[in-house]
Design a protein around this ligand. Structure first.
Ligand code: SF4
Length: 389
């Protein structure tokens, strides 16, 4: 069990509920999924490349050092290779700093001493914390940038995590005597699975920063008063770390009726809607627990010949490079090609256009580096086969 700090990555959740961040509430350790581990390894590769003034690092060695499972090494390597030029360009920015940890309190902002990616041990209990991937000053404006390897990061304009970091970093840099123009430019660097980097930026004005400071001060005030849990769909959609133990989700489970109620009034409907979100949050937490159990002990025996556990699915993804596109152009007529072959095409769309010729065509597209395999895991019912060990 551990206490969960209010860090910038949870800024959006904090705007809905703060019970999870109350230092008096102990939460179970959260498990980190493969996507987050791949993201952390990529961050480390980018950080070390910038610290080495743009010299390439070895992503495999970093994956091994971070004890990342071998099946995820390629995902890190591909992202790093694709993003390398963008990372190298960052390394040339004068005065660039990487992985800077900040603390924010009502009266102060400061840089923390840290020894690793999530080390906030230097922070006081009443301080809010966060890590900036890249920070520098350009023509008097403080710029903070954040690598994002997830599927759909928010636009910089709405990235509250970066707004909070902007407020903390601006205070800390000001306290260190830097001359700043009062604005902060926040930049989201979205790294796609192939390493393409999409950059999106927004400049927070002095008034917007002031508003963010006022919001953070109000959240700090609430935190000091032991906030009540406030459930809603944010419990699941913003990954609250307290879902398994929160009294709000547990209470909702207890108030669920044994049969579906007939809803007669708006008030009733709104109240059931809210309970449903909480029950869903609790159900998601239970599902996560079940997945962890089967990962450790093998498939569940459901007693009717069926089991429940992970199933790997591998599928071919076609990305049409110039050579592959030209090849398909020769094989298909123009309309069919336009209909069937945008830059990225599914195997089923190609099958529709090619019919029986699919296998031979795929074989040739593979030689042109246009076919990539992606593997995903689903947990589902299947024939029960007991684990041998
Ligand atoms: S599960 Fe929901 S109600 Fe409970 S602490 Fe988290 S956000 Fe708040």
């Amino acid at each position: 069990m551990k206490r969960h700090r209010f860090s910038a990555s949870k800024r959006e959740l904090a705007g809905h509920c703060l019970w999870w961040a109350d230092p008096d509430n102990e939460l179970p350790e959260d498990t980190v999924g493969p996507a987050a581990l791949i993201g952390t390894a990529f961050h480390t590769c980018a950080e070390r490349t910038i610290l080495a003034c743009g010299e390439r690092v070895d992503p495999f060695a970093i994956c091994e050092e971070m004890e990342l499972a071998p099946e995820h090494h390629d995902a890190v390597q591909i992202r790093y290779d694709g993003a390398y030029e963008a990372i190298k360009a960052k390394a040339q920015i004068p005065g660039i700093q990487v992985e800077v940890k900040y603390a924010y309190s009502k009266v102060n902002g400061r840089i923390l001493k840290a020894e690793g990616p999530r080390d906030y041990s230097d922070a006081k209990p009443w301080e809010l914390v966060g890590t900036v991937d890249i920070a520098y000053i350009q023509d008097g404006t403080l710029v903070i940038e954040d690598w994002k390897t997830g599927r759909k990061p928010p636009r910089a304009r709405w990235a509250l995590q970066l707004h909070m970091l902007g407020a903390a970093a601006h205070r800390a840099m000001g306290a260190l005597g830097h001359t700043l123009d009062g604005n902060v430019r926040v930049v989201v660097l979205h790294v796609l699975p192939d390493g393409t980097v999409n950059e999106d930026s927004y400049t927070l004005s002095g008034e917007e920063l002031q508003r963010e400071c006022e919001t953070l001060d109000a959240l700090l005030e609430q935190l000091g008063g032991h906030p009540e849990p406030k459930g809603g769909d944010h419990c699941t959609s913003l990954y609250c770390p307290a879902r398994r133990v929160c009294p709000s989700t547990q209470g909702a489970m207890l108030t669920m009726p044994t049969s579906i109620p007939t809803i007669m009034t708006m008030e009733d409907a709104a109240s059931w809607r809210k309970k449903l979100d909480l029950v869903r949050a609790a159900a998601d937490a239970l599902e996560k627990e079940l997945k962890q159990y089967v990962d450790k002990h093998g498939d569940l025996d459901m007693g009717d010949g069926r089991g429940w556990g992970p199933v790997s699915q591998t599928r071919d993804k076609l990305t049409l490079n110039a050579k592959a596109f030209a090849y398909l152009k020769r094989k298909l007529n123009k309309e069919k090609l336009e209909e069937a072959a945008p830059r990225s095409i599914s195997k089923s769309s190609l099958k529709k256009a090619l019919g029986s010729d699919l296998d031979k065509t795929l074989e040739h597209l593979t030689t042109l580096d246009a076919v990539e395999q992606s593997t995903s895991v689903r947990y589902q019912l299947k024939k029960y086969v007991p684990r041998e060990d």
